[in-house]
Design a protein around this ligand. Structure first.
Ligand code: GLC
Length: 461
């Protein structure tokens, strides 16, 4: 009897707690997709293509040209009058991207200049109102999907065209004397701009099928005359986006860094983190976005292009630290990738053709595998294979500290040719190596394999 009573009592407590949880909204929405699940394609793919394309491809001297040169609308909008990418063929872009090994694409639907690269219902400032007249987004999405790439949209929170977007320190119309700002902004209404953004995001996330990644850009709330998460209604945007596309992954530029639902990955831009980035001592998903030469938009005169070798090292290094690389191309105003970009994409294709196993599904190696000198390590946890990316080809011997008993088989990745390995026990007049008993030595061919970055594949025990 006593026992029954206890059971009923316990059941009542449980039921009331469930009701409280439901009422307070703690319960996840029905559509909620778990973060690890949502991110699995992205974590496996590791390599994305960023495309910055818009009116700024015409001045061809930086995508911020309107702000940097303080252009008024009438000056900047001359580009709209002449924009006509007559050679645009997204199938060709998608083919190049697929061959170079990219697994997803992130396309600038609207950059800071506010110009829309799709046929939006909510603005006339768009691609279909240029001499080109046609939409470019729908064919791009279709072409990349056909090549098996996932689709990401970049959407600028900043908008230097919208009449309700208040003038701030980045804006082309920012006055020298900031006391004039208030008057200039009197008729501008960010509430209306927020509505505009939400309508556009809804359009982008309902009319193009499944969108896998959303790159919102960006919040600048430090210092004066910036914009913060309230200017965008960042929380409202996240809710809207997750509701429309529950599987989507969102970057961290909404100013919601404290709120783990507010972003899925962080975005170090144009630099290489020293190690896997952490927040409160936890490793976080990260995607570094990098350019070929500095600008994101097509820049005719920029000369500091990274070499193919540098780009491949950058990709391997990113994965060796558990991250993704989003590598950018800025197509020309005629709608093609310029020759410098094509040359690098070809170089990437050649390397990826033989070495993609060292990138896809890979991450940082567990700490028990020490990285040999002048090398980087990536690791596939599913196949338990370790990849040694050899930056400087050593003479004959590659020393692996503490690897004794850990290795089953070793081969070069580019041709699957066997590499012999041994623990060094011999010591004679010709060999005086100071190796420890648990070290392993891989014997390398004297001649470095003829690839941009040689990789040794180690099959672990
Ligand atoms: C920055 C720049 C922008 C570029 C972006 C890429 O936020 O403002 O021009 O599109 O980075 O991450």
């Amino acid at each position: 009897m006593k026992r029954n009573f206890a059971c009923i009592f316990f059941f009542c407590i449980l039921a009331s707690q469930t009701i409280i949880a439901m009422e307070s909204g703690v319960k996840q929405p029905a559509k909620y997709v778990d973060k690890t699940e949502r991110m699995s394609w992205w974590t496996a793919g590791r390599f994305g293509l960023f495309i910055h394309w818009g009116l700024y491809s015409m001045p061809a001297r930086h995508e911020w040209v309107k702000s940097r040169e303080k252009m008024t609308d009438s000056i900047y909008d001359r580009y709209m009058e002449y924009f006509n990418p007559d050679l645009y063929n997204p199938r060709e872009w998608a083919r190049l991207a697929k061959n170079a090994g990219f697994k997803y694409v992130v396309f600038t639907t609207k950059h800071h200049d506010g110009f829309c690269m799709w046929d939006t219902k909510y603005s006339d400032y768009k691609i279909t109102h240029t001499p080109y007249r046609k939409d470019v987004l729908a064919p791009l999405v279709e072409a990349f999907r056909q090549e098996g790439l996932r689709i990401g949209f970049y959407y600028s929170l900043i908008d230097w065209h919208h009449p309700d977007f208040t003038i701030d320190r980045n804006h082309p119309l920012m006055p020298q004397d900031p006391t004039k700002l208030e008057k200039l902004n009197q008729k501008r209404d960010m509430a209306k701009y927020r509505e505009y953004m939400k309508k556009q995001l809804t359009e982008l996330l309902t009319e193009y099928g499944q969108i896998d990644e959303l790159f919102l850009d960006y919040t600048y709330d430090t210092g004066e005359y910036g914009k913060n998460k309230n200017d965008w209604d960042s929380e409202g945007i996240v809710k809207l986006v997750r509701n429309l596309q529950p599987q989507i992954i969102i970057n961290n530029r909404l100013g919601l860094s404290e709120d783990s639902q507010g972003w899925d990955y962080i975005t170090p831009e144009q630099f290489m983190p020293h190690e896997w980035p952490t927040i409160q001592n936890q490793r976080v998903p990260w995607e570094t976005c990098q350019t070929f030469s500095g600008s994101w938009g097509y820049n005719r005169d920029e000369e500091n292009w990274k070499s193919t070798h540098q780009l491949i090292v950058m990709l391997a290094e990113t994965v060796s630290k558990g991250g993704n690389l989003l590598l950018n191309v800025g197509p020309t105003a005629r709608g093609v990738f310029d020759e410098r970009a094509i040359e690098r994409l070809k170089g990437l294709s050649e390397w990826m053709y033989f070495h993609h196993d060292a990138i896809y599904e890979c991450t940082a190696a567990p700490s028990e595998y020490e990285c040999p000198d002048n090398c980087m390590l990536t690791y596939n946890p599913k196949t338990r294979r370790l990849y040694i990316h050899v930056l400087e080809w050593p003479f004959k011997s590659l020393y692996l500290k503490g690897y004794r008993g850990k290795i089953k088989y070793v081969q070069l990745l580019n041709d699957h040719s066997e590499l012999k390995f041994r623990t060094d026990t011999e010591r004679g007049s010709h060999t005086t190596e100071n190796t420890e008993a648990d070290d392993v030595i891989i014997t390398l061919p004297t001649k470095r394999p003829n690839v941009e970055l040689p990789v040794i594949e180690v099959i672990l025990n």
